[in-house]
Design a protein around this ligand. Structure first.
Ligand code: MN
Length: 139
């Protein structure tokens, strides 16, 4: 029987830092993720293989994702998943339910920042996990 070797972060050979364990938001993620605050108001997020965040909504702010390493997925509620590869930029409109994370067989890193942040009511609403039924259909 074939076994899948556990991949290390180093195998990604990324120029971007892994950062520190994302303990503050771990309750909203399946699997392990890491955060590395960067200059310019950017945060680099590192997802281990199979790691994804719960469905969530950014209220009164737009989230931008810039995939910089590995392979992953972005999906809006009711839409087909979009494969994330380095160089892809995703702009997530405010109020749209979505998730983002790594592919089954790859680490993934994306930079993120928020723009058009309204002074009143900007928040993140965390919802249900992305089930294995949904996730396991992805390649
Ligand atoms: Mn998001």
């Amino acid at each position: 029987m074939a076994t899948i070797q556990a991949q290390t972060f180093e195998s990604l050979d990324s120029p971007w830092p892994k950062g520190e364990p994302n303990t503050g938001y771990a309750q909203y993620f399946i699997g392990n993720s890491y955060l590395a605050p960067m200059d310019g108001g950017l945060v680099n997020v590192t997802f281990e293989p199979r790691c994804r965040n719960n469905w969530h909504i950014h209220h009164k702010q737009v989230q931008v994702l810039i995939c910089v390493a590995g392979r992953g997925w972005y999906q809006e509620w009711g839409k087909e998943p979009v494969e994330l590869k380095p160089g892809m930029v995703i702009e997530i409109p405010e109020g749209v339910k979505h998730w983002h994370g790594a592919a089954k067989d790859s680490w993934m890193q994306h930079l993120t920042y928020h723009k058009d942040v309204q002074q009143e009511g900007a928040s993140n609403e965390w919802l249900e996990p992305v089930t294995d039924e949904i996730y396991n259909k992805l390649k």
